[in-house]
Design a protein around this ligand. Sequence first.
Ligand SMILES: O=C(CO)[C@@H](O)[C@@H](O)COP(=O)(O)O
Length: 244
Amino acid sequence: MQRSDPARAFDAPPSEADLAEIRAEVARLHGELTRYRLVVWTGGNISGRVPGTDYFVIKPSGVSYDELGPEDMVLCDLDGQVVPGSFGSHRAASSDTAAHAYVYRHMPEVGGVVHTHSTYAVAWAARGEEIPCVLTAMADEFGGPIPVGPFAVIGDDSIGRGIVQTLRGSRSRAVLMQNHGPFTIGSSARDAVKAAVMCEDVGRTVHHAREGGELIPIPQDRIDALFDRYQNVYGQSDQQDEPR
Ligand SMILES: O=C(CO)[C@@H](O)[C@@H](O)COP(=O)(O)O
């Protein structure tokens, strides 16, 4: 894959000792995708940025979720290149590695990226229809509708470009890539997984609500107030830096 900037050199990769925590967390979080039934077979993937470095770890491509442990996560630089000799480097990184890498290069505040094929979110994506903000739970978590991103081919940075173009400046941490499915971002891999769980939950609820009749939009000032409360007040006071 073409490097983003041939002149760019990345710092030396972190040691495996320094990677242990992020490897364990990203491997563990893959179990949350199956627990919440957001993926089937080997679909979907999670990555986590290694804090303070030019690297991230991501799921290996096509490997069963049952086999995913910390040392199976693939270490990549921000160009999406696998670091030779690192744990897991004997396998190909996820099909979406270039997309995740593009997001990390262009959104430095992002610490985790998740992709799923969760049923209701994919159904909204198949229609190219955003999920309207008609639930307080959406205002809390996404600060508005969940937007649709462009149709994009798999394997290069097209999906990443679509994610950044859609979410940069948005309060939503989820985007429905047209005809494909949800990609989510977060301050950490756990935060991005939460966005994926909540995206599917509201996608299901709004789908059934609309089947029963007309949806009632929430006024923008109420959405703003709900989002502010949830992001800054909800939960325990010692959770300040943790995702809610
Ligand atoms: O749909 C896609 C490709 O974007 C992926 O979710 C899915 O096929 C899983 O691919 P990987 O196993 O991560 O290579």
